[in-house]
Design a protein around this ligand. Structure first.
Ligand code: AMP
Length: 507
């Protein structure tokens, strides 16, 4: 089953409906989208690409994104979408790792990437005549591919060593779409706004909207004018956003609060949503708009979820524990917590989150060792630590590599971060473990005060008192570093590795 059949069906059911749009206008209807993808498939085949070949995408959000993806799939090729804000050497690494001989790139990336890659891989700029020339052949019939053929190489962020390509098959993507349609209760009458990179979760969720024949509105960058134009023009709109972007969207400087009714759903995930931030988001956007998802590239977007009515129930009950959870297992996904030896843990015990289901990747591209370490007995070991309560709600405590071991006791940064955010003068914070001669490791807090004036800065004694009010003494940060902002990846994740480096550099 080729995942591109989603588009074929929508071209029949919704031929004249808007498929791909800029914030202000429709660019392709479903019949035009389908025709372009089928022509591109023919162009790729005529250029010597055969089923199984990889095509890399070094592209910021643009309206050509999905026609390239679907064109490649129709030709039986596998796409390797890369984070558009990577360094040119990082692009080159992923291109070489994937073995792609062709890379589509948006104009701001293409020249430097072509220079870096030399003759090893052809770079085609999306706004060029070379690009349009690929559409000059008559449409090709869809390649017949097996369900377990690679469709999407998802390059991990590589926080531990070089990035790895999680091999997502056509079956994986179908399982993700079906689970989303089953669980989300949306994409029936709303459209999706891609304000986050299409190379990541936003691009994944868009596949479900394509399956439903809905409009994909592509925002080139997160800016007030495009955002508001799209909400005026194409409401009701839903979108994926990481928690830090959800917070930014509460600022009138980015989004006029009067436009909130034009939003149908905010699918948030990709990083922790702290309880205080979730309460603020619920008050600002209304709980009915909030839908949390937890997933990772290896099980794309689809491990657990917390839909609006469950968020509402936790809020009404004043149940902050559930509010801080990532909800329950997604449809078609088996979820459990396992000990280091792989045995299932009882309710309440912290262990590694393990996942099984059709959504779990086939493995890492060319990395059998890493695949064997991650997938054992059919269970994907996510590297996330968490526990499940009696009701099946999963709470993540941290990535296993971020856990701090102090004097033999485990400290989960997330629980300290949740407490610090109770302080009204803290906008953001992040806890890391730093080496300590006596305890092995101790926690240190990086804190972004609210506002810029010194008077707003919370004093250390007050922060200590707050921590001691809520946490065991050994979990109190040994130092507070006040910063103007936290380092984040272009996907919006806080880069604890950079915080560790900056701590080390302080000597
Ligand atoms: P990526 O593979 O880049 O999508 O990153 C996946 C990782 O992000 C997961 O393994 C988690 O550590 C984290 N993550 C994803 N969704 C959530 C969520 N809803 N809450 C907390 N962490 C999350």
């Amino acid at each position: 089953m080729n995942i591109a059949t989603l588009l074929e069906t929508s071209a029949l059911t919704s031929s004249d409906s808007a498929a791909i749009s800029t914030p202000g206008e429709v660019v392709l209807t479903y019949s035009a989208f389908h025709a372009r993808a089928a022509r591109l498939a023919a162009g790729l085949a005529a250029s010597g690409f055969a089923p199984g070949d990889r095509v890399a995408l070094a592209m910021s959000n643009c309206t050509q994104y999905y026609e390239i993806m679907f064109g490649a799939w129709m030709a039986g090729l596998c796409v390797a979408p890369m984070n558009p804000r990577l360094h040119v050497k990082e692009f080159a690494f992923a291109v070489a790792d994937s073995g792609a001989r062709l890379c589509f790139a948006t104009p701001e990336i293409a020249p430097a990437l072509a220079a870096e890659l030399g003759g090893a891989c052809r770079v085609i700029e999306t706004d060029s005549t070379d690009f349009e020339a690929l559409f000059s052949n008559p449409p090709a019939p869809m390649a017949d591919v097996a369900g377990d053929a690679p469709a999407w190489l998802f390059y991990t962020s590589g926080t531990t060593g070089k990035p790895k390509g999680a091999v997502l098959t056509h079956r994986n993507l179908k399982a993700m779409v079906v689970s989303f349609l089953a669980d989300s209760g949306t994409c029936i009458e709303d459209n999706i706004l891609h304000l986050a990179p299409l190379s990541h979760a936003s691009g994944m969720l868009g596949l479900a909207y394509i399956a439903r024949g809905r409009n994909n509105v592509v925002l080139p960058s997160l800016a007030k004018d495009g955002l508001e134009t799209a909400l005026h023009r194409f409401a009701p709109l839903s979108f994926f956003a990481v928690p830090t972007v959800v917070r930014r969207l509460m600022e009138p400087a980015l989004l006029d609060p009067a436009l909130v009714p034009a939003i149908r759903r905010i699918f948030f995930g990709g990083a922790p949503m702290y309880v205080e931030d979730l309460k603020r988001a619920a008050a600002h956007f209304g709980t009915a708009r909030l839908w949390q998802l937890y997933g990772q590239g290896e099980a794309p977007c689809t491990i657990s979820f917390m839909p609006p009515h469950l968020i509402e129930a936790a809020l009404t009950a004043g149940d902050d524990k559930r509010l801080g959870s990532v909800g329950i297992a997604r449809s078609g996904v088996a979820l459990r917590i396992v000990s280091e030896g792989g045995a299932p843990c009882p309710a309440g015990a912290v262990g590694e989150v393990a996942v099984k289901g059709d959504v779990v990747m086939a493995g890492y591209w060319g990395r059998d060792d890493a695949t064997r370490a991650a997938i054992r007995d059919g269970w994907l070991h996510t590297g996330d630590l968490g526990f499940m309560d009696e009701g099946g709600y999963l709470t993540l405590v941290d990535r296993s590599k971020d856990m701090i071991i102090s004097g033999g006791s485990n400290i989960y940064p997330r629980e300290i971060e949740e407490v610090l955010l109770l302080h009204s003068a803290i906008a953001e914070c992040s806890i890391i473990g730093v080496p300590d001669a006596e305890w092995g490791e101790v926690p240190v807090a990086f804190v972004v005060p609210l506002g810029v004036s010194g008077s707003a800065r919370p004093d250390r004694a007050a922060l200590d008192a707050l921590c001691l009010d809520h946490l065991a003494r050994y979990k109190r940060p040994r130092d507070y570093v006040f910063v103007d902002e936290l380092p984040k990846s272009s996907y919006g994740k806080i880069l604890k590795s950079v915080l560790r480096e900056s701590w080390a550099a302080r000597g």
